[in-house]
Design a protein around this ligand. Sequence first.
Ligand code: B3K
Ligand code: ZN
Length: 883
Amino acid sequence: MNAPASPQTIRLADYTVPSYLVDNVDLHFDLDASTTQVTSILNMRRNPKGPGEDCVLNGEHLQLVSIKLDGRLLTAAEFQRSNTQLILPQLPEKFQLEIVTEIHPDQNTALEGLYHSGTLVCTQCEAEGFRRITYYPDRPDVMAVFTVTITADKQQWPILLSNGNLQEQGELEDGRHWVRWHDPHPKPCYLFALVAGDLYMQQDSFTTISGRDVTLQIYVDKENHDKCDHALMSLKQSMRWDEEAYGREYDLDVFMIVAVNDFNMGAMENKGLNIFNAACVLASPQTATDNDFYTIQSIVGHEYFHNWSGNRVTCRDWFQLSLKEGFTVMRDQSFSADLNSAAVQRIDDVDQLRSLQFAEDAGPMAHPVRPDSYIEISNFYTVTIYEKGAEVVRMIKTLLGDEGFRKGTDLYFDRHDGQAVTTDDFVKAMEEANHYDLTQFKRWYTQAGTPVITAFYNYDAIKKIFTLTLQQSCPATPGQTEKQPFLIPVAMGLLDSAGNSLPLQLIDEAQPYDKDTRVLELNESEQTFRFIGVEQKPIVSLLRGFSAPVKLLIERDNEELAFLMANEKDSFNRWDAGQSLFIQIMLSLIADYQQNTALQLPEILVKQCAAVLQDKAADPALVARMLTLPSENYLAAQMKVADVDAIHHVRKFVKDSLAMQLKAQFDALYQQHNLPNVAYQFNSEHMGRRSLKNVCLGYLMATNDPMQTQRCLKQMKQADNMTDTLAGLRLMVDQAGIEREHALRAFYEQWQHDRQVVDKWLTVQALSSLPDTLIRIKGLMKHPAFSIKNPNNVRALIGQFCRNNPALFHAKDGSGYRFLAEQILVLDKLNPQVASRQLGAFNSWRRYDEKRQQMMREALQSIAQQQDLSSDVYEIVNKYLAD
Ligand code: B3K
Ligand code: ZN
């Protein structure tokens, strides 16, 4: 049963409320990996507000065994059935349906619905996976109380889990056992979950703010028993934080997390039973990097926070996805900022937003935070819905202030608890709690594209007036040519020549403004702000903390950027000034390279980097980021026509030159922060020191000094943690020679038993800059460590190469493009979601030179021409090729 030949577009404008509602559902699973029987008893009633249509239940890849209506077996003439639906005409007001279906978990390579992974069986239902388990109104605005009974072989699957609280359990005669779970909170079926396995369980507890004891459990493969502490700790931190920051308490007796090896994304917030990609939950210092520890903390937080922003208050329809995702990302970002370094968190979030979301907004898949239409909803779990959605909520908070925002979220949670709602409902709660009109602001939800702000300024030395003019525009995006002005909060400040703050009193204000930063509300295409009493010509700092997801155009020479890099108060803007300086210089070097002019690194860059290296008071994590060059992909996005070779060459030139000129400083800092005798600790200070040390090592390796190679090998050997080991290995794989081969082999031999580490081993090889990388990747695809059916393997090897190794993915001969197209066709037959994600590497294909464009077009066409494409790949490939 394939997707229809030409998949249909679903539109928000066509939304109607459900015709029938489900009050409660009793699910019985007779579990078996090859054939599982599912009996579903639905107590349903006609929705008095519904459109009065027939009862339509969704169902795909199901074998129907029987349907009973109020106990009476229905004949085939009494219902209609297609590949995707079961339609029941002429039903009474209130009735009970009993539907028996059969499914095949071990044949489910799409990893949606009920599937087999290793020795366990588990589910993934969001967005539309529940329809692969049984016939059901699979839409988020149908919320029901679930009771789930699972019967299974006790030896094979001693652990049987579902949502809610455990109600009853028992033994059966034939070596089978059963359990019954009941979730008292009505929920949409996308939050249903089931897990059966022979797993290790680690337990802890948490006392909520009102004094209720909650049991916390994490279930993992037995060999991972020593990798649960960090996730459990993160969970407790999340539970406390949500009580303190949002007044949200947990609402069941137990909260469970299960680690699964085959998983399409990071994790899933199923009510009371979160299922995690093993890579996003398992951690020990020996096997996980600082980055892994950090990400695990934030994902555990994210899924936990969904209990309120997503589960208690859910989405009316999938166009509202950002209601839960944008808001929850914003919440997890604040959580991480509160627990770690707020400045580093903001820099990393913005860096990711600019490199991924800005590219999406500038490409063929650009869509609003609340899209108007989609073909396949799985394709809309995007950086726009998540990361831009988070920025939109963050801007609301900036406009309303911390207290006003909290009043708004309190009202939102109170008013809509137990409901399925829209982004408009969210904004309305914010407006009403604060008596603040967000009508214009709502354009952030409906208009796609990244707004551009152009800033002009002027200083009148006689009148002491500083005039700032801001213009805004937004480029056309597919289906949206004209855009209305946005309401943009622009946080700004003025600095004098010594870096002190200057007053920010506007001309029509009677009172002086008493803070160093002021949020201007830009709501027209052009607006002018006049600041009075400005005693000297100021340097203006705009978009402090990146107060809006926009591109800022402001003419600054290298000296002014260097000044901001050294003196700006806001650490985000200090970092940003440094990045702008790098970019400005690199773009000019790229132009030189294109004209065959000899490259010369401007002295000012060396001087500024030296100053950063010598700043003893600075946070090492910030220094590490200040010294990290913009990525090749990000540089490509700054050019009209991305010149892959020039970018690669110039970036390497800048890195090598800085390394040579500042070798002594990099060396000194490396030694200062390399603490081989101090045991690993996961905390901001140690993480920062390791990241700075490893950035320094990266520069030192760029000097081509054999001593540094030895140092790198020594670090790998001595390290008690994966952060330092992997940093060393990453640098080794860019150097051809026997040492590299030896390091890779030794690493694999040591870690072959650990899937997460093996994925890192695949990734370092995928990211190697050596010319034989693609040939090696093809070899690795035949290695026992790789399976095309495992999404983590695919992402680690194929995904990393295509997205993060631009110089080789965009190889002149088109080999990278052909490779990706071939893999997508193979993947589409197995797992359409993973296949369509990988297509994302072609997102910016029109930004390259004509020859490369032509080769990418051919690669895309070779996919588009294929028969029986999944709706996932069909939608993306056709949007990419559309004129
Ligand atoms: N809500 C899930 C994502 C589901 C993706 C479905 N294709 C994880 C999250 O955002 O928390
Ligand atoms: Zn989420």
